[in-house]
Ligand binder design. Sequence first.
Ligand code: BG6
Ligand code: MG
Length: 214
Amino acid sequence: MKKYNAVIFDLDGVICHTDKYHYQAWKAVADELGIYFDEEINNRLRGVSRMESFEIILERYEGEMSEEEKECWTTKKNDIYKELLKNMSPADLSAEVKETLDDLRANGHKLAIGSSSKNARFILGQLGLGEYFDAISDGNNISKSKPDPEVFVKAAEYVDEQADKCLVVEDAKAGLQAAIAGGMDCAAIGDAVASGLGTYNLSAFADLLKVTAK
Ligand code: BG6
Ligand code: MG
């Protein structure tokens, strides 16, 4: 019996790298509002929903803003972001990621996405992975964002597996917290390693093959 039947992947920062596009789009909005914004603040937005991200940016805003105005600004950010995402193509999917996914599948693992993003399906399409995953749980099917476990609990449901048979792969602390809250083991990659919350720490995506071989 395998330790894990399913692997649930965060998208942004794990399967692909959209940080620079998020940064550019938020920076355009922040500049227009006269709010200071830099890469360090951008790092705090990892795994956090669009509106919660804007609330973090607004910590440095002097004025008052109505909910309607917030809607307008986040829509604007998303319009800019979606334009930038059009630059993505299958060339943005690394050979290591694709080969590891293929090997995990060949080893009998179900593969799912657990992303806070409402653009997840669009991004997967750009990468040429539109039909690849067994299930996609994203920002459109959740009411609570990471660190709430909802997005991963739904992904486990969609692939019909118990939490303890799922492994989550995450680059954000909030994502690791979400996996733990959902009763799932988690593999930290990139920035998330420093949090010390991962059941495993990956130094490369392909390390997943070792972790899941048990
Ligand atoms: C997450 C990103 O995957 O999606 C966050 O890490 C982002 O930075 C969130 O805010 C929501 O994304 P979107 O595409 O719905 O605005
Ligand atoms: Mg991420």
